[in-house]
Design a protein. Structure first.
Length: 509
């Protein structure tokens, strides 16, 4: 899950925006984000009962000292501005619960003032180039529930982080951690840990102590294995292990029966772990580029699976187990070896509106059954599947066939019943293949008759399929560019005189 998504989940919803903050005695909320402001609006400072201020994505360079008068303020978002420091008066906001300073070029020394915000529950410092967290923040802020530190240069956390016993979420994505911060294992209220895109080489056994952990992100690291104790995180629903060095997974993870989403793309599995079949609630499964050659027979037990990514593997055929996944909505099978050996493809009774153009590059495809779908058109590339013998298209929404479909010389069975056909018309389709082929050939012949060309010094260019009005305009412009008749005559005479002179010179010599 992205930082923006997480932020959206924990941010108050903004239903109204104004070009300028509205000054009123009883104003509780103001939004001046995305207004290209270069200074903190002074009008806001007069709103003594103001509780929420949104000034993100502006060009504000400093926070005024008078901000200390906004004693009722609970939420202050100043992310994506040009703040280089924080004034000491910011520490007087004793009711402030949510502060976002992400994306500002803050001097690390100015962050000390944050330790005075004793009521703070959510602190976001994404992408502020932090090399370390000020210890005073961890010592003095006892009510933090969300701490966002992604996109910095952190290699470790201060040991004082253990004071954050109320912490539910910590976001440390895109930092420089080589070791898992051991201090986190004593924060038993943690529900979300994001350590994507670091340099982790191992996870501690103590991670099993985090019994309330629900979402754990450690993608794009260097993990060769997982601790068996991870199975003790019984409330785990999302686990992203993509792009690590995993070759297998502990069977004990099968005990995580509440799992709904797991990412294993970019690992070295080669086989689907058997423990997956112990997760009846699994909805999303990412197995992209894992070296898979097939699926286990028990895979069909994942009846609640809605999304399955099997792309960039070594599958030679569409696994039959997939047919049992009645709730599957999205299936990714691109860049496998299926096309090389696929002979028959049955995708009838679904809700497909389009077919992939890659079907045209399946050399051995003989039977394509697309009956009872919502197909609106066929890709022209289907005409390249020269081995096709049966094309079953009845009960769809097709109106046109590809113009060169008759080039499929091996096609013997073509069904088009219950389609609103226009090209060819329904009555032609009802007469069978021969009538359809004849119609397509005659249509091509008629188009060739109407094809016109234009001549120019560079050669001949076909105008078939182009706007005839443009062709007429081209001819008209060409005539305008021609020199007047008198000038053309003079040029012709000059050329003739020059030729005579050349001949006379050659005779005299």
């Amino acid at each position: 899950m992205s930082e923006d998504t997480l932020k959206a989940e924990h941010s108050p919803k903004i239903h109204q925006q104004t070009d300028q903050p509205q000054v009123a005695d009883r104003t509780f909320f103001t939004d001046a984000s995305n207004q290209s402001l270069t200074a903190f609006p002074l009008e806001i400072l007069a709103l003594k009962e103001l509780e929420e201020v949104y000034l993100e994505n502006n060009h504000i360079k400093e926070i005024p000292q008078d901000i200390q008068h906004l004693r009722s303020i609970r939420i202050l978002y100043l992310d994506k501005n040009n703040l280089k420091g924080l004034c000491p008066e910011l520490g007087a906001l004793s009711n402030l619960e949510g502060l976002d300073l992400s994306g500002n070029p803050l001097a690390p020394s100015s962050l000390q003032v944050l330790s005075s915000l004793s009521a703070l529950r959510e602190l976001r410092l994404y992408h502020v180039d932090l090399g370390e967290i000020p210890v005073v923040i961890c010592k003095n802020l006892h009510h933090l529930e969300l701490l966002g530190l992604s996109g910095n240069r952190l290699e470790s956390l201060p040991k004082e982080i253990v004071n954050q016993i109320k912490l539910r979420e910590i976001h440390l994505k895109q930092n420089q951690f080589k070791l898992f911060p051991q201090e986190l294992c004593v924060l038993h209220n943690l529900e979300i840990i994001d350590l994507d895109e670091n340099k982790l080489s191992a996870l501690p056994e103590e991670i099993g102590d985090l019994r309330r952990l629900q979402k754990f992100y450690v993608a794009h690291n260097n993990l060769p294995s997982l601790p068996k104790s991870l199975c003790q995180c019984s409330k785990m629903t999302v686990l992203d292990l993509s792009h690590n060095l995993l070759e297998c997974m502990p069977c004990t993870l099968g005990e995580l029966t509440e799992m709904t989403e797991i990412g294993l793309s970019g690992n070295r599995l080669e086989k689907v772990p058997c423990l997956f079949c112990s997760w009846p609630s699994l909805h999303l499964l990412y197995l992209h580029n894992t070296g898979l050659r097939g699926l286990r027979s028990s895979f069909q037990q994942l009846l609640n699976l809605r999304f399955l990514n099997l792309s960039q593997n070594h599958l030679a055929h569409v696994p039959s187990q997939i047919c049992a996944l009645k709730n599957l909505e999205i299936l990714a099978l691109d860049d496998n070896k299926i096309r090389q050996s696929l002979k028959e493809l049955y995708i009838e009774k679904n809700c497909l509106e389009y077919l992939p153009v890659s079907l045209g590059s399946v050399p051995k495809l003989e039977v394509l059954d697309c009956r009872h779908n919502l197909l609106k058109q066929l890709p022209d590339e289907i005409c390249q599947a020269q081995g096709l013998r049966e094309l079953l298209l009845e009960d769809n929404l097709l109106t046109h066939l590809p113009e060169d479909l008759d080039s499929l010389e091996n096609l013997k069975v073509l069904t088009l019943v219950n389609n609103p056909m226009e090209y060819p018309p329904v009555e032609v389709c009802a007469e069978g293949n021969e009538a359809i082929w004849t119609y397509l050939k005659e249509s091509r012949r008629e188009r060739r008759k109407t094809t016109k060309v234009k001549f120019r010094p560079g050669g001949v260019e076909s105008w078939y399929g182009k706007d005839w009005g443009n062709l007429k305009n081209y001819k008209k412009q060409a005539r305008k560019k021609r020199p007047p008749q008198k000038i053309r005559k003079e040029r012709r005479m000059e050329k003739e005189n020059l030729e005579k002179e050349i001949r006379n010179n050659s005779i005299n010599s």
